[in-house]
Design a protein around this ligand. Structure first.
Ligand SMILES: *[C@@H]1O[C@H](CO)[C@@H](O)[C@H](O)[C@H]1NC(C)=O
Ligand SMILES: *[C@@H]1O[C@H](CO)[C@@H](O)[C@H](O)[C@H]1NC(C)=O
Ligand SMILES: *[C@@H]1O[C@H](CO)[C@@H](O)[C@H](O)[C@H]1NC(C)=O
Ligand SMILES: *[C@@H]1O[C@H](CO)[C@@H](O)[C@H](O)[C@H]1NC(C)=O
Length: 667
């Protein structure tokens, strides 16, 4: 009797644990053959995975620095055909070659079976601490590249000498993922639960092209009328993915659209006409210019996440009338790796909102590089950093004594972005980074929900540093809105809401002049005074008659910006460069390593122009130029002390992060 009870208890425990508590799930391939589910175990040192595949042979999943086999930490899984025994082997690959067994096995099988068609295996993976041994990839915060493969047959051999048969190209792939994004926790109060409302923001039957594997689709939406009529708070969101479209919908972003306060136009004047329109490919030259004002991210979902609820007591105001935004732009990244034809999608996000206003309002602070062509990245550099500062003068004025609490961070750069770090300094000491991604993937943008809100106090300094790889670029890359241009931004969600919304910087012009041998421009003062970042929407408003086809309406913002750059900043001295524009010089420069390193040195040791702004363009009072603090590369000394070795930078950073944040949120 007691035994029976025990069995029943343990069965039910197993049932609830094994089947209902997976916090993350992802289909790995384009045909839905491999599916992985996972959950971080309490204590934060173990992850439990379940891999299900439409195969009776082996399945492999692994983690790697860049999506390739080199340096990958792989788990090989299969159920032995005749005996039914499940196996999980901890392996690693040194290069594009057959993986070999780790010296130490850090995975254990919990269960596994196969039927006529499918295999599923549940296993535990024990995580590495600081002592990276070249075999177990350190899994931590930020993006990791999950690699997968499978084969219709079991590996050959026996104990200790299993050899998987080679997987062909169609049976392997890679996906980016945040393993540790916190699970969706419903923290609604009973009153809210009763009163919350849903706003479904869905793609308008977007036809996914079958002639290319990637589409970024953007569309303008307007908040429901009651939100304009009365104040409401957004309190969370979940993804709404059309059935069987998990493989196509890769990530979704929702941005608030707001014009600068000095603009003579109104947001309804600019955006209302697009609400009924089906949308446009994002950031293409013919995307309407005004959509570039839809910049403040409020939802950032990527595959593998179940959505997010804001912290208890915190809400985000909606509608222009109530200190929020009325118009929003949704950006959906579609993937169609197998080029399926005739896929029409209506996926999107469901935003939860309520009239039960929460006591604390949240807002977004933008840090990083001002979006401008004055962000210069030399070509052919495997690792070039844009250094930016949110200066102490700015935080001292903008932030009240009790500080603000940052609870979520969205990191953003474009195609050449590889790492983004938001470093945090107080009284000359570096604290743990507020957010950090050592393996940034443009195609995988999801908000980083912080394990615990981080307090930023008046006088703190934030350094947002973006690392780029321009080895495949032959020309200089400049900052801008198109994906071929670059950005370096971090959107910090914080509470309580202040007027404080921009804390950006750009290097002083002298950094470029010194590097490129320019002594004097004819029109530098003039150039400094004008704000070229404000987009000119005049052409757009002239075109309101053409509402049916906004795709044809606009000329390119980027073209305009570079025209400005081509005709301004004309060199006066020295004589051999005279009358060339800065733009021409940037494109003619021989960007050999010496010149690029000189520029990099100036960013780190030269001055920067801070931009510190309240909502609506009002500036705080601060010095025109500030020094970059005396720091070199992001520090990872804690981990080095623990491990006694100095692994390569990118890996070591992840290790350090794991060490600094022992995953408290998993408890
Ligand atoms: C075989 O297993 C898979 C997944 O584990 C399941 O979806 C499928 O229904 C099973 N098939 C049969 C015939 O039981
Ligand atoms: C890139 O540089 C080459 C040579 O300097 C030039 O001919 C070409 O027009 C440039 N391309 C762009 C897009 O600027
Ligand atoms: C540079 O431009 C100025 C004004 O346009 C002109 O007077 C001068 O002759 C030009 N100098 C050279 C070297 O081309
Ligand atoms: C660091 O990288 C270099 C060159 O890529 C490589 O030779 C070296 O073995 C690496 N060191 C470690 C500890 O991974």
């Amino acid at each position: 009797m007691e035994l029976l009870l025990l069995i029943v208890l343990s069965l039910s425990a197993k049932f609830s644990f094994g089947f209902s508590e997976w916090t993350h799930e992802m289909v790995l391939d384009g045909e839905g053959i491999l599916r992985v589910q996972w959950m971080a175990m309490p204590g934060g040192k173990v992850i439990r995975f379940k891999v299900t595949g439409r195969t009776l042979g082996w399945m492999g999943i692994g983690f790697s620095p860049n999506g390739g086999m080199a340096g990958a930490d792989i788990t090989l899984l299969w159920v032995q055909d005749h005996t039914g025994t499940p196996h999980a082997l901890d392996m690693y690959a040194k290069g594009e070659e057959r993986p070999v067994l780790d010296d130490k096995q850090d995975v254990t099988v919990e269960s596994g079976q196969q039927n006529e068609t499918h295999t599923d295996i549940v296993f535990l993976k024990y995580l590495q601490d600081c002592s990276y041994n070249g075999q177990d990839f350190p899994l931590g915060e930020g993006t990791v590249r999950l690699i997968w493969s499978w084969h219709p047959e079991d590996p050959e051999g026996k104990e200790d000498s299993w050899t998987p048969k080679y997987h062909d190209r169609s049976r392997r792939g890679t996906r980016s993922v945040y393993l540790f994004s916190p699970p969706l926790e419903n923290n609604l109060s009973p009153a809210e639960e009763r009163n919350f409302k849903k706003w479904d923001i869905l793609s308008p039957d977007v036809e996914i092209p079958s002639d290319r594997d990637t589409l970024y689709w953007c569309k303008i939406f307007k908040v429901p009328p009651e939100i304009q009529a009365r104040p409401h708070h957004m309190i969370g969101y979940v993804p709404v993915i059309e059935a069987d479209h998990e493989v196509y919908v890769h990530h979704m972003l929702l941005y608030e659209c707001s014009l600068p306060a000095h603009s003579k136009l109104t947001s309804s004047g600019v955006f209302e006409k697009y609400v009924s329109h089906a949308g446009a490919p994002c950031y293409a030259p013919n995307m309407p210019i005004s959509w570039n004002y839809c910049q403040k991210e409020i939802v950032a979902w990527a595959v593998g996440s179940e959505g997010e609820y804001l912290p208890e007591r915190v809400g985000i105001p909606l509608a222009d009338e109530h200190r929020g935004a009325t118009y929003m732009m949704m950006e959906i990244h579609y993937n169609n790796p197998t080029l399926q034809k005739g896929i029409v999608d209506r996926s999107g996000v469901r935003v939860y909102y309520t009239e039960e206003l929460r006591p604390i309002e949240a807002s977004t602070l933008l840090t990083g590089h001002k979006v401008t062509f004055m962000q210069v990245l030399p070509p052919g550099r495997p690792r070039f950093t844009s250094h930016t500062i949110c200066s102490e003068h700015c935080t001292r004025q903008a932030i009240p004594e009790d500080g603000i609490k940052v609870f979520q961070v969205f990191l953003h750069s474009h195609l050449t972005g590889r790492e983004i770090h938001v470093r945090h300094f107080r009284n000359g000491k570096e604290l743990s980074p507020i957010a950090s991604d050592a393996y940034y993937d443009f195609n995988y943008q999801q908000a980083h929900i912080l394990p615990k809100p981080v307090t930023v106090l008046p006088g703190d300094i934030l350094l947002t540093e973006c690392v780029y790889d321009t080895t495949d670029r032959h020309n200089v890359t400049l900052g801008g809105f198109s994906t071929r241009e670059e950005m370096c931004l971090a959107f910090l969600k914080y509470y309580p809401k202040l007027e404080f919304d921009h804390c950006l910087s750009l290097p002083v012009y002298e950094s470029y002049m010194e590097t490129l041998g320019i002594q004097e421009f004819y029109d530098l003062e003039d150039f400094r005074i004008r704000d070229y970042q404000s987009l000119n929407l005049e052409d757009e408003t002239d075109e309101t008659g053409k509402v049916e086809s906004p795709l044809a309406v606009e000329s390119s913002l980027i073209r305009k910006e570079s025209n400005v750059l081509k005709t301004h900043l004309i060199v006066k001295e020295p004589e051999d460069l005279r009358n060339l524009s800065f733009y021409e010089i940037l494109h003619q420069t021989d960007w050999n390593p010496k010149v690029s390193e000189k520029l990099q040195f100036r960013f780190l040791h030269g001055k920067h122009i801070p931009i510190c702004r309240k909502t609506g363009q009002q500036l705080y009072d601060y010095p025109k130029e500030v020094e970059y603090p005396d720091v070199s590369e992001i520090s990872y000394h804690k981990c080095l002390k623990a491990s006694g070795t100095r692994p390569n930078f990118t890996l070591s950073f992840t290790i350090a992060f794991l060490f600094l944040f022992p995953l408290h949120f998993l408890h």
